[in-house]
Design a binder for this molecule. Structure first.
Ligand code: IPE
Ligand code: IPE
Ligand code: MG
Length: 245
């Protein structure tokens, strides 16, 4: 599918992706899971560049969930080292492509060297004005909502917020994603049809797109197919079709 089949004037503003299937891809190739994660990192690079090329403003990638801490320690270590080496390697390219990096999640739970590398790239790309790439790391939507409730409760207790003023805007402002608009298009690869604790609040009206492709297979064409599907849908937000005319 070429660029010409996409309506450049109706692109999603915010795409979020659950990058799943690295392990199964490796298994299909008779390789160890690490190889799948390495190939997955390659797919991240391609997808980020394809997104930037289209001029899409926000891309949020689910890279490591709160539940992924329960994987075997060796796999967790592998994923953390891969993250460090990818961040190091990609800084130059991100700068060249004007990409700004952010991160959401319980970042303090990440190993110190990962935090250092992450904050360094975030700082070095903070003035970039192109695509805003957000990595969800040690991220869980329930944890995010819980901490928002705790922060709001503290503010109520300290008379900074009044209960009668709590609305959706205030809740939004206490989520990790306070700097992001709602998700327009949520993509999940690998054929699994579930959310796995990703952005529960922010996907309330997202268009969902599930593909059988495993994450290491995902490329520019795959992204265009997902956007094409998104563009064929009528987003009614509760209204009738006639009201949208
Ligand atoms: C996604 O691939 C990467 C992470 C969750 C970190 P998986 O590792 O979940 O791959 P499968 O689901 O086992 O194939
Ligand atoms: C979701 O994938 C988390 C990430 C892609 C980072 P998982 O492979 O961990 O999810 P489940 O276990 O299939 O729900
Ligand atoms: Mg998986």
């Amino acid at each position: 599918m070429g660029l010409d089949e996409l309506n450049i004037n109706a692109l999603p503003e915010h795409i979020a992706i659950i990058m799943d299937g690295n392990g199964r891809w490796a298994q299909q190739q008779g390789k160890i899971r690490l190889r799948g994660h390495q190939a997955g990192a390659e797919a991240v690079r391609k997808t980020v560049e394809a997104t930037a090329k289209l001029g899409i403003k926000h891309l949020t990638l689910y890279a490591f969930s709160t539940e992924n801490w329960n994987r075997p320690q060796t796999e967790v270590n592998t994923l953390m080292s891969l993250l460090v080496s990818s961040l190091r390697r990609e800084l130059k390219r991100m700068t060249k492509n004007n990409i700004r990096l952010s991160a959401i999640g319980s970042l303090d739970k990440l190993p110190k060297n990962v935090q250092r590398e992450l904050y360094e790239v975030i700082e070095k790309t903070e003035k970039n004005t192109g695509t805003n790439l957000t990595l969800a790391l040690s991220y869980g939507a329930r944890e995010e909502i819980k901490q928002a409730v705790v922060e709001i409760s503290q503010k109520v207790k300290n008379n900074i917020i009044q209960v009668k003023n709590i609305d959706e805007t205030i809740i939004n402002e206490h989520l990790y994603t306070r700097f992001l608009p709602d998700v327009d298009l949520l993509i999940r690869t690998s054929g699994e049809v579930r959310i796995s604790n990703f952005l529960l609040w922010q996907i309330a009206y997202a268009e969902l797109y599930f593909t059988e492709e495993l994450w290491p297979e995902f490329d520019e064409q795959s992204l265009h197919r997902a956007i094409n599907s998104y563009q064929k849908r009528e987003r009614r937000f509760g209204k009738t079709s006639e009201q949208l005319l």
